[in-house]
Ligand binder design. Structure first.
Ligand SMILES: Nc1ncnc2c1ncn2[C@@H]1O[C@H](COP(=O)(O)OP(=O)(O)OP(=O)(O)O)[C@@H](O)[C@H]1O
Length: 297
């Protein structure tokens, strides 16, 4: 995936104000028909995660805690394993035939890879928004939002569905733009609107964590700002982990950052992680300094 929007030689970047404490925001209300009533943001804890494609090891014993109600940004040069790590966090890595992994991923203390846990359960609790907006193009905006519920076999009344569509589109920052054309196809929206529709679709199943893999890299600056605003608004009710090549974006949206690096053909590791402020203003490792200041990557 290309690093198209990385700015070289950045001045110090103003960072996002600190995240609220754990008691600052209530969880969302129960979802009509959802099997996860009262779902609330969860802490994701990756412990000693290693990953391979065939015999090519691409991550080596990566540990990272992604606290509930925080936005964690994964940063680092191309090929260091950020997307692989993200996909391990909701069991998408195993969709690749040659892929394998070691380690644990705990969702509020429970390992999502435990034998007894169903893969669909992990994917519902830990949603994913991709680099390229991927709504169902011929499906209406309304039905796009509800697509995840249908796939999970959740039944809801017309009123419940209407309420959920409005709620999720509002949270994704799209409601006012589409309220009068909910029956139009999702594919008729602009790229930025499509991405917000995908966010609304993810929210409809009440995920406890939302993973975002370079969600703005295909968008113009205005749409990017709108998505960033949406991330800020959502972070009170869903834990967010975002991969971004854009250092200014990492500084604007995240509470903490993890800097990944794969040096000279070695597997990716986390060189340094910490509060976004610390990572940008006084990083401990000179490689972090060089990266966040745009000297490489
Ligand atoms: N499906 C795959 N099959 C084989 N190797 C893969 C596959 N996906 C990724 N890799 C390899 O795994 C390593 C990590 O890739 P990954 O996409 O996770 O890095 P990244 O940091 O997200 O890169 P980028 O910033 O360019 O998206 C790379 O060496 C890549 O070539």
């Amino acid at each position: 995936m290309p690093a198209t929007d990385k700015t070289v030689e950045l001045p110090p970047v103003p960072v996002r104000p600190s995240a609220p404490g754990p008691s600052a925001a209530p969880g969302p209300s129960a979802v009509p028909g959802s099997s996860a009533p009262g779902a609330h943001p969860a802490t994701l804890d990756a412990r000693e995660v290693s990953a391979w494609f065939g015999d090519h090891k691409v991550l080596d014993r990566v540990s990272l805690t992604m606290p509930a109600r925080h936005v964690t940004a994964l940063i680092g040069p191309s090929g260091c394993g950020k997307s692989t790590f993200l996909r391990i966090l909701n069991r998408m890595h195993e969709l690749v035939g040659s892929a394998s992994l070691a380690g644990q991923v705990l969702l509020d203390g429970e390992d999502i890879y435990d034998r007894g846990r169903r893969i669909t359960h992990a994917r519902r609790e830990i949603g994913m928004v991709f680099q390229k907006p991927n709504p169902f193009p011929a499906m209406s905006i309304y039905d796009n939002v509800l697509a995840g519920l249908k796939m999970n076999g959740v039944k809801a009344t017309r009123d419940e569905r209407d309420g959920l569509v409005e709620e999720c589109l509002s949270k994704a920052g799209l409601w006012r733009e589409v309220a009068d054309r909910l029956r139009q196809p999702g594919g008729a929206l602009s790229g930025g609107q499509q991405q917000r529709l995908c966010i609304a679709r993810s929210l409809a199943v009440r995920p406890r964590v939302l993973l975002m893999d370079e969600p703005c890299s295909a968008l113009d600056p205005t749409s990017t700002r709108r998505i960033e605003q949406t991330i800020g608004e959502l972070s009170a009710e869903v834990t967010i982990v975002i991969v971004t090549h854009n250092m200014q974006q990492a500084a604007r949206v995240s509470d903490q950052c993890a800097f990944f690096l794969a040096e000279q053909g070695t597997p990716g590791v986390i060189v340094e992680h910490g509060s976004t402020e610390a990572m940008f203003d006084h990083p401990q490792d000179p490689r972090t300094t060089d990266y966040v200041q745009g000297r490489f990557g």
